[in-house]
Design a protein around this ligand. Structure first.
Ligand code: GAR
Length: 187
């Protein structure tokens, strides 16, 4: 059985979508969801879905080996950042080489880097009158949003689109592609 650990900081709609996708798969299991936000909506989702969820703070992540030890206990085949907003420390990347992936809500290298996450990305895309946007699934390395690209998918932007409708289009792409790419990497 392949094991996945997910990291999430917010709503967790991708976590829920991934959980639904693998629910009846006997070969892939979500061991746990880790969150750095104690009131994140993802916690409610995990409660409802009966998925293990753990909260950690900055000390556990950056200053001690607490999160590292937890991950080693789960021994995941893949660590998936699904709307996780903290930079991953080098010790975790070194401990799980090519086993940590992230989804970014734009076509990297555009609209990536520190401070570029979630809705802000869609606002910038709209402000800059881009004609297309999309998603990037990539390996996580020590440079924010710069790891090797695994998969990208695009959607067009109409003049009538708002940051909200762009966000919806991007989320739809995420729901369609992210679980399939995870599955492909695991099997
Ligand atoms: C997703 O759109 C994901 O691409 C983005 O956060 C959102 C989380 O949504 N990630 C980043 O911006 C990472 N830099 P969700 O909590 O509903 O899954």
């Amino acid at each position: 059985m392949k094991q996945i650990v997910l990291f999430a900081s917010g709503s967790g709609s991708n976590v829920e979508n991934i959980a639904h996708y693998f629910r009846d798969n006997p070969k892939i299991n979500i061991s746990c969801v880790l969150t750095n936000k104690r009131d994140a909506q993802v916690i409610d989702r995990c409660n409802r879905l009966k998925i293990n969820v753990l909260f950690f703070n900055r000390t556990a992540f950056y200053e001690t080996d607490c999160v590292l030890s937890i991950l080693k206990t789960f021994d995941p085949d893949l660590i998936v950042l699904a709307g996780f907003l903290w930079k991953v420390p080098e010790k975790l990347i070194d401990a799980f080489p090519n086993r940590i992936i992230n989804i970014h809500p734009a076509l990297l290298p555009k609209y990536g880097g520190k401070g570029m996450y979630g809705f802000k990305v869609h606002q910038m895309v709209k402000e800059n009158k881009e004609e297309k946007t999309g998603i990037t699934i990539h390996y996580v390395n020590n440079a924010y949003d710069e790891g090797a690209v695994i998969h990208q998918a695009e959607t067009s932007i109409l003049q009538t689109d708002t940051p909200e409708t762009i966000a919806e289009k991007v989320h739809r792409l995420e729901y369609e592609h992210f679980p399939k790419i995870i599955e492909k990497l695991l099997l």
